[in-house]
Each structure stands twice: as C-alpha cells, then as structure tokens.
Design a protein around this ligand. Sequence first.
Ligand code: ATP
Ligand code: MG
Length: 560
Amino acid sequence: MEDRINRDFIRDIVKEDLASGKHESITTRFPPEPNGYLHIGHAASICLNFGIAEENDSATCNLRFDDTNPSKENTEFVEAIKEDIKWLGFNWDEREYFASDYFEKLYGFAVTLIEKEKAYVDSQNQEEIRENRGTLTHPGNDSPYRSRSVQENIALLKEMRAGKHEPGSHVLRAKIDMSSPNLNMRDPVMYRILDTPHHRTGNTWPIYPMYDFAHGLSDSIEEVTHSLCTMEYEDHRPLYDWFINELKVFKSRQIEFGKIFLSHTILSKRNLTKLVENNLVTGWNDPRMPTISGMRRLGYSAHSIREFCQRVSITRRWNTAEIELLEHCLREDLNKKAHRALAVLKPLKLVIENYPENQVEYLEASNNPQDDSSGIRKIPFSRELYIEQDDFMETPPKRFFRLTPGREVRLRYGYFITCKEVIKDPVTNDIMEIRCTYDPDTRGGNAPDGRKVKSTIHWVSANHAIDAEVRLYERLCLDPEPDISDGKNLESVLNPNSLKVINSAKLEPSLKESTSGNPIQFERLGYFCLDSEDSKDKDNLVFNRTVSLRDSWAKTQSSN
Ligand code: ATP
Ligand code: MG
C-alpha cells in the first residue's frame, strides 16, 4: 500500500520539470487561511502538496498561512491547523511562513508598481467601484482617479499606511485594463484600509493586501515552483502572472485542480463556520464534523485519511468522493490495529442457574486476531451476565438464530448456554431477566459431542462490568449530496439522528484502561474510541462509535 506510486497530472508536470531540467528542485506550499479548522478537502490538498515533497528527494513543501484578512483570522485557527497537519504525519521543519511576514515586502512591491505607473490610488467609494467595473457583457469604466501622478499616488499610499485615512475612502488598484473580458483584470484592488488589528501584526498595519496580490507574490518570495490551488482560481491566473511579470520576480507557476468533496457531508469553511456558530454541532471538533479534528475525535486514524486521499484522484474536475470509500479505508486500518473487547450497549440480565454463585473464572481472548503480537487478555465470567437486548427474542421470526426460549447458543470465548425461562415485569410485561443453564463441558466454545449451535453472542459479567456512555454517531447529512445552495437553510440538510446517546452501556473491565487515540473493536458492534474531550476521569468514560463493522463499499466493489 505504502509503496504504491501516485500518478496524476500535477505529479506528471513535476516529473517533467525535473527531467527537462526546468527545475533542479521543487517547492510546493500548503496555504491555509487561518479562518477555520481544516476539513477533509484540505487533507487532500495537504497530501498532494506534502506528498509531492515526500516523493521527490529534491522537493520541499512550505506551510504558509495566508493571513491577509484579519477580521476572520486568529491564533486558535493557526494552532489547530498546525496540529492537524502534524497529526496527519507531515512535516514542514522550519519552513513555517506567514503572508503577514511579507507585509513590508508586499508594500515595497506596491510602491514599485506605482512607480512603473502600474498601480494607482482610487478614491471612488465601494459602490462606484462596483458600478464602474462593468459586467461580463459590458466593459468597465476607467476611474476618474486612474491618471493620478506617481507622486500623488505615492503620497496617498504613504498616508494610507500612516493611518491617515478612513476605511473605504481609498484603495490601491492595479492599473491593467478596465475592458478586459476577464473581470479579475479590471484594475483589481491590491490594498484596502481596515482598522482591524491583526493576530500577528497587531495595529502596525492600517492597510491590508488583497488575496490575489498577496498570494502569488508570497509564492514568488518563497520561490515556490508549483503553486497548486483549486479550479476557482483558474480565472485569477492571468492576474497571478501579471503581478509576477510586472515586478520581474521569481516565476511561480499556478496549477489548478478540482476540489475534493465528500458525500453525505458539507465542506467549505463558510458552512462549517455556520454549523459551529449556530450551535448545530458542539464545535469544530464535533465528531460529526468533516474536519480533521472532528474525524480524529471520532476515531479516524491519520493513516486511513492519507490512504483515502491517495485513492481519490486529483483531476481538473471537482470530485465528490463517496464516504463509503473513506469508511472502507478506515475499517481496513482499524481491523489491523484495534484491540477487541466485549461491550453491551443495551443490557439484558442473564442468569446461569447452574453456575456456582460467587465463582469467577477468567476466559482468555486474543486482543487482536489480526495481530499475533497483540497478546491475550482475561475476561471475567460469572453467574450473572449482561447480553444485548437485541440478541434475545421471545417469539422469534424464522431466520433469527440468536437466543430464544429453549435454544442453545454459544457465549463468545465461553460456554454453550440454553435459555430456560423469561422473567417479566408483572405490570409492564417488559422482559427483566433471562434464566439459562450452561454446559460446563463446552468451555472454550466447543461441545465434546460435536453438536453445533447457530450463533455466538457477546456478553459481559454483571458484577465486573464498567459503566460507560456510548455515543453512536451517524452521518452528518442523510442526502449523499446535500443541497446547500445559497438561501437554503443549513439545518434542513442535517441528519436529525446524527447522534444517539446510550447512557448505561456495560463494558468488559479491561476498557477502564482505554486511552483516546487507541481504537477498539466492540465485537459485533463496530469500532469505538474513548472520547478525548469528555472522558476526563476514569469514572466517567465516554466512547464514540467511529464506524460500524459492515462495509458497504467492499460489498459494492466485490459485486462489480
Ligand atoms: P473552503 O472553501 O473550504 O473555505 P478554502 O479554499 O477557502 O476552503 P483555504 O484555507 O484557502 O480554504 O485552503 C487552503 C488550501 O486548501 C488551498 O490551496 C485550497 O485550494 C485547498 N482546498 C480547500 N478546499 C479544498 C477541497 N475541497 N479539495 C481540495 N483542496 C482544497
Ligand atoms: Mg480560501
């Protein structure tokens, strides 16, 4: 799996550029805006950018925060982004950069462009600028301030920088072409006045560079050879190149690829921010969120996310990957890594009448049959057990093979038992307890006379079990492609049953030692992990269901 070679059109370009000698070394960058947490789409971009660096000896990948919009950015987001990239297993060493570190250089570039008569201060208000920009079918109009002299422009820009002007009173624009068919080329704004403090530069700068101006030139400053971004920036490429060419600086090359989406969820920080701000989830790391931190908390392994990103192809078209593929990668990994344990989510008391009271024996179980080095553990067994309510039916339908009155089944790692009696609440008629007998000769799960049973059920010893809260998570959205077009109510696409809480699950005692970050398979139920936020003390354990055992992806693949 690890040594599978990745191929896509971007990696092909990189390979060609190395082979032809166009570049001796390659530099990519991952450029998050610190205005939210990273999601699975970002993971794809991280795996692409850092992946190219890992795959080529002469390549490196920078982490650069594109922090040019102080009103939405903060340090919490910077730290969360770094934690997520590290957790995914990528490394940027000392190459951690911020566009805000380049503010002085970018300002210098702006002055150069004014001196070349390629930029001017425009004093139209926002509305006038919009009106004069024209439309796709109509060219724009030149600003009345377009012919300001170099001296006047420099003087005004200096005043703007010195904080002498109100937000909205002036902007700095590139002087390109107001009738260009590409609206991005109609004298785009390079700087705006903002009286918002920045999380890194504080109040030093009353003006802030716009994304298009700052981004490409930051790439150039870092001598990024291949600047990989998503398709929406295709129309911005002429502008990206224009700044670089006019300033005669290092030529970075922008290459666009299609965004990666995931079915049954919503991406884009704008929508995820709304979920958080409107308390539709508990936070950025809510286990239902498609954020890397949410997925980590749900129990995803970094390996499974990287494997998924490797299998999702990078093309020039947007690509909605099926969540079943992601879950398949997860199951494949957890099956190898997760220790097994017995847990009962909806307990039903079962008493073995012929088992001595006060006797306890310890049954041996493999921690992980997929991994010989995982060792064994001992599970206490006694007269009173809990089994799953769903594993018993008083009047079963035809194909129900689990416990029913008079039937013999196997207890996992244990004995054969036969149901003798059902005890019910005299008032409600609810089943209270099952009375059984066991066959002492079937220890280990086989009968000496060779008789067979049709099912094996899981259990925990009532006196030894520990209590826990278990959170059963379902997909964030029921619809595979939720429609969140503008104006749609975000809440209406959310699965109302995305979380079911079970307050009194009974777990085998070894789970008391669980730590978050270690996957566990509750046999027959799914993969789980200790919740990293809400399991702060050992008497208050909370487990999240990471994913169920059933793999619909593998099924569809094998039937194809
Ligand atoms: P969003 O639309 O979710 O807010 P963004 O593009 O605004 O994402 P940035 O922080 O600017 O978020 O993105 C950092 C990098 O991640 C960019 O290079 C961007 O192109 C890439 N990226 C963002 N979303 C996706 C996605 N869905 N698939 C692939 N790459 C993505
Ligand atoms: Mg962005």
